[in-house]
Design a protein around this ligand. Sequence first.
Ligand SMILES: Cc1cc2nc3c(=O)[nH]c(=O)nc-3n(C[C@H](O)[C@H](O)[C@H](O)COP(=O)(O)O)c2cc1C
Length: 325
Amino acid sequence: MKTRITELFGIEHPIIQGGMHFVGFAELAAAVSNAGGLGIITGLTQKTPELLAKEIARCREMTDKPFGVNLTFLPTFSAPPYPEYIQAIIEGGVKAVETAGRSPEKYMPQMKAAGIKVIHKCTSVRHSLKAESIGCDAISVDGFECGGHPGEDDIPNFILLPRAAEELKIPFVASGGMADGRSLVAALALGAEGMNMGTRFIATKEAPVHENVKQAIVKASELDTRLIMRSLRNTERVLMNEGVKRIMEIERAKGAALTIDDIHDQVAGIYPKVMLEGDMESGAWSCGMVAGLIHDVPTCKELIDRIMREADELITQRLRAFNGR
Ligand SMILES: Cc1cc2nc3c(=O)[nH]c(=O)nc-3n(C[C@H](O)[C@H](O)[C@H](O)COP(=O)(O)O)c2cc1C
């Protein structure tokens, strides 16, 4: 399938694997790219720019296809050295960067001078337009369904994607709630030129996370995520567990007086415990409502091939049949 997204990134299928903390290691990024999508290494999971450089080199040993790096500009407890991370990306020869969180404006000249294509993840049309105006090449439009940070507008993709299509000139992918061929065809119908998946790619054979995480996603239904940190305007969609219950109790007790320090212990440093050790109740980790549509743990190639086959059948059979009536 050819779209402006496949052309932009030089990939076979219009499917991107979103950056994911302690999931987006070289193994997953390489597997997605080898399957014809765009795999993404999560920059900040690597504690230093030097470690990111090593992760990029490791990925390059596993694939000769294009892959990208995610740089997340979120409120963190201590600001990372972004220019040095970008330098590691440039020196590693990576040509695609997925930015997320705050605007990447400050860093655009450094990335553009190196010929990097920037796809910025946005949860609103106004942020998408801003990203377009500062020279981003594409947008990952992230609906309210998404795992991770859905923003504060709460607009689901059935509205957000066609609104983005009404306003944007640069291409965009649909992100949040995407799982299969139906998602891809729907995304294309609503104006996107591909899709970005997070949660779905965790439940794959190559995702280098504990088996407990994959099984938790397979077992979860669409009812099992919760939103935390709303009152801090740093909302995160996470899978319900004992740690999340503790956070919600603290949030209820503190009300509008809640500060990040009140829940620091249940949100900071949790990812390695969950993703690497499989300690599923230890605290909050991002997960999308799309868990309800995830019933197996295929390889990335099986997943992407299946998505493309389903999409083709939907377009050429189901939709065509409606057209003939
Ligand atoms: C476990 C997990 C960790 C994530 N970490 C990040 C991150 O560090 N940076 C980022 O930009 N997005 C992150 N995301 C968001 C994903 O890149 C993607 O936008 C989102 O998962 C899409 O929604 P979906 O899960 O419904 O597919 C994370 C998502 C998950 C599920």
